[in-house]
Design a protein around this ligand. Structure first.
Ligand code: CAA
Length: 383
């Protein structure tokens, strides 16, 4: 695996870092406090190419690859994890449509997504009773002349109330299990699509998480994405890539927290000694730095495999499992190093601690990542 970054990857990384420092950092804490969705910020990210980092140039993307995407996500999440998750889902949706959409679907949706014109994308798979097990979904796509009518409820949909383009999964054949699931393209504000409730969350206050009610949303045959009955496979494919994005988000949050902890530990003195020189503190920071690097390497390996067109499902699961679990531990250490101050909103580690928690849950819980890894491991061993 090539560890050296290319000039283009460095450029994307620098672009994201500069934007995060200049545009996101000054108001990240206020957005979190007030629950403000980053509308202007997303539009500007579209202009910078960061909503379609791995999307082909012919559809308006930056075509800079998966490694560049993972780097950009880390830089954004280091400063504002709420912005990062909206960016991550938009990239995932744009990539999916660019990869499997018809020419008309690509023309209609991908450019709008990556430019920021559609503001952001949403991935409407989960339901109130079907989270880890999406094949248990109940949303129905009833066949009508020339298309379908969608009825059901989607749950935990990141940016669901804001997205200009949504991929919505529904059952076209309930008797066929996961082979009866189809993905549809739906525009934000489509008649029959309403927001049921916006979740009040522990963290990521600048990101919205919506319940969506589909009450007779009409779609045409041209809105079927990737073929009738092919939706489950599409969701799995997209989530494999999405997991690289969430691993990167977790790494970015953890890096921001670790940097803050190192700063604090270098400035503060206790018992007449700089904090980090107390072995108890230095050891915690050393462990955190090591976990962060290991998570980075696992994530970059998954990104490199995806970028070169090789299977990467297991590696993405390992990257997400490790990076998100360790990112949680790193944020915990960062808060502990700050002592009582870390528990207040005066220091950024308090937000990092809350924001990082969900990375172990969305786009596949840690338990699901272990299931993916174990199935692959035992499958290989029995061959
Ligand atoms: N790529 C392509 N195809 C895949 C695949 C993959 N990674 N994984 C499975 N498949 C295919 C299988 O080959 C199989 O195909 P056939 O029937 O043709 O043989 C089919 O899918 C079913 O596979 P399984 O029997 O393995 O499926 P399963 O029901 O046991 O589930 C699972 C597998 C990995 C546990 C899956 O259910 C899963 O990933 N669950 C977690 C869902 C998830 O991540 N949800 C998050 C939603 S998005 C979100 O968080 C919101 C947001 O906005 C951020």
């Amino acid at each position: 695996m090539q560890l050296e970054l290319t000039e283009e990857q460095r450029l994307i990384q620098r672009t994201a870092r500069e934007f995060a420092e200049r545009r996101l950092a000054p108001h990240a804490a206020a957005r979190d406090r007030d629950g403000q969705f980053p509308v202007e910020e997303l539009r500007e990210l579209g202009q910078l190419g960061l909503l379609g980092v791995n999307v082909p140039d012919e559809y308006g993307g930056a075509e800079a690859g998966v490694i560049a995407y993972a780097l950009a996500m880390q830089e954004l999440a280091r400063v504002d994890a709420s912005v990062a998750v909206a960016v991550s889902v938009t990239n995932m949706v744009a990539e999916l449509i660019a990869a499997v959409g018809t020419p008309a679907q690509r023309t209609a949706h991908v450019r709008r997504l990556v430019s920021g014109e559609a503001l952001c994308g949403a991935f409407a798979l989960s339901e109130p009773q079907a989270g880890s097990d999406p094949s248990a979904m109940r949303t129905l796509a009833e066949r009508v002349d020339g298309g379908y009518v969608l009825r059901g409820t989607k749950q935990w949909i990141t940016s669901g109330d804001r997205a200009g383009v949504l991929v919505v999964w529904a059952m076209t054949d309930v008797s066929a299990g996961h082979k009866g699931i189809t993905a549809f393209l739906v525009k934000g504000g489509a008649p029959g699509l309403t927001v049921g409730r916006l979740e009040e969350k522990m963290g990521l206050h600048g990101s919205s998480t919506a319940q969506l009610v589909l009450d007779g949303v009409a779609v045409t045959d041209d809105d079927v994405l990737g073929g009738v009955g092919g939706g489950f496979r599409l969701a799995m494919m997209a989530l494999d890539g999405g997991r690289i994005g969430i691993a990167s988000q977790a790494l970015g949050i953890a890096r921001g927290a670790l940097e803050a902890a190192c700063r604090y530990a270098s400035e503060r003195e206790q018992f007449g000694v700089t904090l980090w020189k107390h072995q108890a503190i230095g050891n915690m920071l050393a462990d955190a730095a090591t976990w962060l690097d290991a998570g980075y390497l696992l994530t970059m390996r998954a990104a490199a495999l995806k970028q070169s067109g090789q299977p990467f499902s297991d590696q993405a699961a390992m990257a997400k499992l490790y990076a998100t679990e360790k990112a949680g531990a790193i944020c915990d250490i960062a808060l502990q190093v700050h002592g009582g101050y870390g528990y207040t909103t005066d220091f950024p580690v308090e937000r990092a601690y809350r924001d990082v928690r969900v990375t172990r849950i969305y786009e596949g819980t840690s338990e699901i990542q272990r299931l993916v890894i174990a199935r692959s491991l035992l499958g290989r061993a029995s061959k």
